[in-house]
Write a protein that binds this ligand. Sequence first.
Ligand code: X6L
Ligand code: MG
Ligand code: MG
Length: 184
Amino acid sequence: MDEQFPREGAPAVAYIALGSNMGNREQLLLSAIGLIDAHPNIAVTKVSGMYETDPVGYTDQPPFLNMTLAVQTTLSPIMLLRQLLAFEQQLGRVRQIRWGPRTIDLDLLLYDNVRMDQEELTLPHPRMMERSFVLVPLNDTMDQSHPLQAEVGAASEAALLDGKEGITLWKTINWRSASEPFES
Ligand code: X6L
Ligand code: MG
Ligand code: MG
């Protein structure tokens, strides 16, 4: 089987979290969206707002811009993950300190209703429900019909309301895909 085209039938819907806190953060996020959408087997269907967020984990670093995308893809979860890591490399990511500053971070959050726990990839992302900088943008892009939508919506509302999470809307962007989403 061709590794690049492992699926039959309708494309999967996946959600990807983006983060940057080095260099021209906004341009890096826009370049990442461009690379992702230009891939022949991935189409960006929704783009969240861009949020400026206080760093968590390792807090002595500059603020992040975070956002999320909804995509359609015919790649398998593992092939999508590997492609995201390749895009990080193309955008100059150098892994230095754990949880330290990065030009671009691309995390696979959800892939259809797939649950898996492998060394290379765990789905859903095991820590997404604890991270407001993921949940707030994710809520912008998640379908009403998604099984996690209510939970993500409530957590995101709480995070924005109490204001202690250090998340502010930076800007909203209009995304017009260069390619049509796949037929479904
Ligand atoms: C205790 C221990 C509490 C560790 C939190 C949380 C560690 C998140 C790592 C943690 C802990 C992470 C981003 C970030 C990072 C980002 C913002 C991580 C990995 N990435 N902060 N910190 N946005 N705002 O994308 O997510 S490092
Ligand atoms: Mg991350
Ligand atoms: Mg990552």
